[in-house]
Design a binder for this molecule. Sequence first.
Ligand SMILES: Nc1ccn([C@@H]2O[C@H](COP(=O)(O)OP(=O)(O)OP(=O)(O)O)[C@@H](O)[C@H]2O)c(=O)n1
Ligand SMILES: C[C@](O)(CO)[C@H](O)COP(=O)(O)O
Length: 223
Amino acid sequence: MPAAGAGSRMGGTVPKQYLPLLDKPLIHHTLSVFNEHPCVHGLAVVISPEDGWWDTYDWSAFGDRLTVLRCGGETRAASVLNGLKAMEWDDEDWVLVHDAARPCITATLLDRLFDELREDEVGGLLAVPVADTLKRAGVGQRVASTEPRESLWQAQTPQMFHYGLLKRALESFGSNMPTDEAQAVERLGFAPKLILGERNNLKVTFPEDLDMAGMLLQARRQL
Ligand SMILES: Nc1ccn([C@@H]2O[C@H](COP(=O)(O)OP(=O)(O)OP(=O)(O)O)[C@@H](O)[C@H]2O)c(=O)n1
Ligand SMILES: C[C@](O)(CO)[C@H](O)COP(=O)(O)O
């Protein structure tokens, strides 16, 4: 679980993964969903070596299932690769890489990922088909063109790959690291499977996303 970002698009001084969401830091909600799923055998969180926030919270609820790795890198992909190198799992182990900034993940979505990928030769990711018309911005933030949206999906996380393949893909990607794990696997010539996610599995990136995440989690508590 990459959690070593600075949250610059969120603004403010607190990295977004530690912002209060309902009654806990945002990342606690994300970790809890994975911790409570019977198919998840352990949690590895990658934080920045300079992270001064993690130790201010109580993580005892996760027991020895949670490993914190202070090996975050300059990019998300670097953080993920550093975490993979630190854990030394078996090559055939399934690894799910999930943004700490996506606290609205659900057990149902994890079930869907496992059910559709557990026998897959490559692996895959949650994603949602693009539903809006896409505009390419030009000079002065005016429309330069309207882009075809047929067959376009927005990638989410978790992204699920065998440990050996994922580590090799990220190690061999080279400069300009990928923005998601699937892109690195694609670069090796594989075609990850797109598993239908939900728009509620949003990534908290901008301030309004935090409000939306809070409303979603609050509504789930009332179900
Ligand atoms: N060097 C980095 C950058 C990002 N992340 C993590 O990757 C996830 C998705 O990245 P993003 O939403 O871009 O987070 P930030 O990089 O923190 O946000 P920003 O780009 O606005 O600074 C987040 O959980 C973030 O903590 C990471 O582990 N290491
Ligand atoms: C991995 C990801 O969430 C898939 O959409 C996205 O690429 C992360 O991008 P970010 O800029 O690192 O948040």
